[in-house]
Design a protein around this ligand. Structure first.
Ligand SMILES: [Zn+2]
Length: 364
């Protein structure tokens, strides 16, 4: 059992920090309001009231009663996929940011605050949104009951602060982002306007069932599947491909251009039905993955084949990006083959439209 720190003046806390609740709800990752002057509508500043009778000393870490609290931060729902939220203290008006957070039921989620600019020690504080009780004060978490908080990094040293939140039932929490310098000053110290951070939630997401053949952030360029030789040889055409070196009328795969050696991933659960570990054809070193529907995916030009048979799961590394076979620059030529794959007689254009859709959905 950790130390339970009650914020002073719970009624004051509710009347101050809770009042904005109905105005929140922007999904994480979309049109996030920024803490910048003139850009945030309806933001509310809770300034310290020097005349207020305080029940406990101002070392309490329930921040909005004494700190300058930005209440209009977006709600975080622990949504999957996890998208780090970037924010800063650039307005100079606030020294605490509050994020309403819905902890999902029956799972553990790590909430991480990371400093991305400025020199400051980050601290995450977690309170129950319903009653304002502090459940995690940055160092000690409350255990037991419907929600458990376990300390990860305190942020006293290094640039990370984190806490593991485990909720038995869906629970509304408030996450507070501030600095240890601010906490130690009794919430009077300001954060530097250059202070920036990301706030993210992880774990608790089901594993993906379909993913891009590479980390999308590693992909330099996607060249779609279908185009004619004339189109692909025109440097001004959208489908220009300096890598097409044959006389065929169409290019029936999807080229994912990325640095040499980056991991190449199984896009879905399935079975590796064939693999070529010698570089002796246009396709070079390659792997063919069959998914339960019978559709097969072939990955060409790999520098190394890492799985040659057996079951794989979505996201598993099956090879490394390369330029073997008919390739002059490192890329994966990804082919979509209808069942039965090796007897697929559909036209190059039909195959190409399918692979275009498939990769566009997963990688863009
Ligand atoms: Zn290709």
């Amino acid at each position: 059992m950790g130390v339970l720190i009650r914020g002073f003046g719970i009624l004051l806390f509710l009347s101050a920090c809770g009042v904005e609740e109905g105005q929140l709800g922007a999904p994480a990752g979309t049109n996030l309001p920024r803490e910048r002057p003139g850009l945030v509508a309806g933001e509310t500043e809770i300034a310290p009231d020097p005349t207020e009778e305080l029940a406990t000393p101002p070392t309490s870490r329930v921040p909005c009663e004494v700190g300058r609290c930005w209440l209009n931060a977006p709600e975080i729902r622990g949504a999957c996929p996890d998208r780090p939220l970037g924010e800063d203290f650039s307005s100079g008006k606030y020294n605490v940011h509050r994020y309403p957070y819905v902890a999902p039921a029956g799972t553990s989620v790590e909430v991480t605050l990371e400093v991305t600019a400025g020199q400051w020690q980050p601290i995450l504080i977690v309170a129950d949104a319903a009653d304002g009780i502090t459940l995690f004060d940055g160092e000690v978490g409350l255990s037991g009951g419907a929600v458990q908080l376990e300390t990860g990094a305190t942020g006293r040293t290094g640039s990370l602060a984190s806490v593991l939140v485990t909720a038995a039932t869906e629970t509304r929490l408030d996450l507070y982002v501030t600095s240890w310098e601010t906490v130690d000053s009794g919430f009077t110290a300001a954060l530097a306007t250059e202070a920036r951070y990301t706030l993210s939630t992880s774990a608790g997401c089901p594993p993906p069932t379909e993913i891009c053949p590479m980390d999308p952030q590693s992909i330099d360029r996607l060249a779609s599947g279908f185009f004619t030789a004339a189109e692909s040889s025109d440097p001004l055409a959208p489908n220009y491909s300096p890598y097409k070196r044959d006389d065929r009328d169409s290019h029936s795969g999807y080229d994912l251009h990325a640095p040499m050696g980056i991991p190449v991933l199984a896009t879905q659960d399935g079975v590796i039905v064939s693999a070529t570990t010698v570089d002796a054809s246009d396709c070079g070193r390659s792997v063919t993955l069959e998914i339960p529907s019978g559709v097969r995916f072939r990955y060409c030009h790999l520098d190394q084949v890492l799985v040659t048979s057996g079951e794989v799961v979505a996201g598993q590394v099956i090879g490394l990006n390369g330029a073997t076979g008919n390739a002059h620059v490192s890329h994966v030529h990804f082919v979509y083959l209808e069942s039965p794959a090796l007897a697929d007689t559909s036209s190059g254009e039909v195959k190409s439209r399918k692979v275009n859709q498939y990769i566009d959905d997963l990688c863009r």
